[in-house]
Design a protein around this ligand. Sequence first.
Ligand code: SP5
Ligand code: ZN
Length: 360
Amino acid sequence: MPPVTLATPFIWSDECTRHEPKGEVWVGMPIEGTEVPARATTIREALLAAGSSQLSAAVHPDAALLAVHDADLVAWLRDGYKEWLTSGMLEDPGQDRIVPYLFPTNAFLGGLPMRLPTAIHGRAGRFAYDTMTLVGPGTWEAARGAVDAALTAVDHVMSGGGPVAYALCRPPGHHVTRDGYGGSCYLNNAAVAANSLREQGMDKVAIVDIDAHHGNGTQSVFYGRGDVFYGSVHVDPAAGWFPHYVGHADERGSGAGEGANRNLPLGEGQGDEPWLAGVRRLASEVHEFGADALVVSLGVDAAADDPESPLQVTEDGYFSAGQTLSELGLPTVAVQEGGYHLPTLGDLVVATIRGLESGR
Ligand code: SP5
Ligand code: ZN
């Protein structure tokens, strides 16, 4: 029997393929980037083949974005590249992407106030926290389009369009804090979606992050808040994986957010059973939290073939994760995060969405 047509629509923005990272700088080495435009088109083709209907992302005002991100970060992403060009960086030294070389950490400033450097290359490390997340000609448009896709998915669910909507966001977003970007992410699509659900009347919102990496940005945005739960199952940063400094089990939230953050790190090589046990535990905590709506940070890079993580989850595993989350019976917005193995990417996303809509 052929699989049933997907009932869940996907939200698409043409802007999302305009970001061409070209490469990234990792431990000083210029390497080929894996967060490429073909990720988005591959997923789109798989969704269309599965019968999902495409909805266009509607352009939203900046308000929802600025409720989550620092206005100076947003302005930098919007205007920084133009300034990079007018400053002549393309001619000397011949760099056509914004690549930071100096980071104003506490260790550097030692308590002195942060001044705004005159040189554009001095300013490049103000909001970026790594050298892998380069800004080029279409980066702002793509990142902003991804936010519009996430917000359109929220609108769809809130206006009674259906119980589940999937935003095909690219670039991904879960590594972006209020004012820091990195990990191939520029604006935090999932955090903007969750906060928008709150502002549109959902009293409690939960985010379940099944990307292979810990969503340090999303955690950071909601760490002190009791109205948004963040839970993640991911490769253990203590085993040597990005984001290294954040994503440990003892990070439980602070102040009003105490207890509303849950990290379940897994060792290298772990597959379906321990990963799904993590997803089930997050689902039960979301239930106990009393969430009214769910945002899924849907990264498929925990899959066995993925080049960016050592986890060994299967396509069936992704289906089961979706199924477990669907049993919560909550209005659900799924937002694309990572996933880099082009030959299996589309099937992994389709399997997860099939799970998310099972039994509805
Ligand atoms: C959204 C998302 O999944 N971001 C993940 C970023 C993690 N990148 C860490 C990159 C480390 C360098 N990659 C080298 C690959 C060698 N196999
Ligand atoms: Zn990831």
